[in-house]
Design a protein around this ligand. Structure first.
Ligand code: F6R
Length: 260
């Protein structure tokens, strides 16, 4: 794992978008794993700008991490709606190549199996983008999610309900369950970038990066991944013990030189 600390949210977000853009240029048919949430909105704004400047997304394939159970794709709070509004409608991705689990599926177990199969049939995820929830979740892998879990339905914790329900009107209408890629599914991505910003995430980020691996904090499983970069701003980095070390690596590792 590498931890890159950038001075501001803007700089952390820009670096994330830049790394994604470079991967798309290197491999136009990139299979991109995507996340939703407030943190990602700024990344998607930047990717939309890069498209305006000529970046071609016509061949990419995308798989989102999760979707609320019971929300139709048209529901303004569904993650399908979020993705259309924040990214897909602003770039030239082929909508047929964008995938989210269907929260309205009649047979949820079958939907999860089909989702896993579809990822496999597409050759696996090349680059997975992640945020972290206040519960330590990646995707909606709430505490005690097995580190080998696959796509499945999951009850959301009160911490996650508190985090996301203000986006619903009324807040009580937020679904309490979701379909999510499993921790094991996420770990199979060839490369992972997790973006974490803001002081509200400082405590959980320190546990995720520097604490012991535990299913109580699914993001700790990223320590097992061979190619995982965690990009954070100074506010989110506030509780890290080894910030100076991470900064030293960023300053001295040749591969990061172009980004100084
Ligand atoms: C949603 C997802 C979640 C979010 C996390 C952070 O698709 O994967 O793990 O990344 O809840 O959300 P924000 O950015 O809203 O704090």
């Amino acid at each position: 794992m590498e931890v890159i600390i950038r001075p501001t949210t803007e700089a952390a977000t820009e670096l994330t978008a830049q790394l994604i853009a470079e991967k798309v240029k290197q491999k136009p048919s990139l299979c991109l794993g995507l996340a939703t949430g407030c943190t990602m909105e700024k990344v998607y704004d930047k990717l939309a700008n890069k498209h305006q400047e000529g970046l071609d997304f016509s061949l990419i394939r995308t798989y989102n991490l999760d979707e609320y159970i019971g929300l139709s794709p048209e529901n303004p709070n569904s993650y399908r709606h979020y993705m259309n509004e924040n990214l897909f409608n602003k770039i030239n991705v082929d909508q047929h190549n964008t995938h989210l689990p269907l929260g309205m599926a009649e047979d949820l177990d079958k939907e999860c199996k089909l989702y896993e199969q579809s990822i496999k049939d597409n050759g696996g995820i090349d680059l997975q983008l992640l945020g972290i929830g206040r519960s330590g979740h990646i995707g909606f892998n709430e505490p005690l999610s097995a580190l080998r879990s696959r796509t499945r339905d999951k009850a959301l914790t009160p911490i996650t309900v508190a985090q996301n329900s203000p986006l619903f009107d009324p807040p009580e209408s937020m679904p309490k369950r979701a379909l999510t890629m499993g921790v094991g599914t996420i770990l199979e991505a060839e490369q992972i970038i997790m973006l974490v910003t803001g002081k509200a995430k400082a405590d959980i980020l320190a546990k995720a990066v520097e604490g012991p691996i535990t299913s109580m904090i699914s993001a700790t499983a990223l320590q097992l991944h061979a190619n995982c970069t965690v990009i954070v701003d100074e506010a989110a980095a506030a509780n890290l013990q080894c910030s100076d070390y991470y900064k030293w690596i960023f300053d001295n590792e040749p591969k990061w030189k172009p980004y100084h």
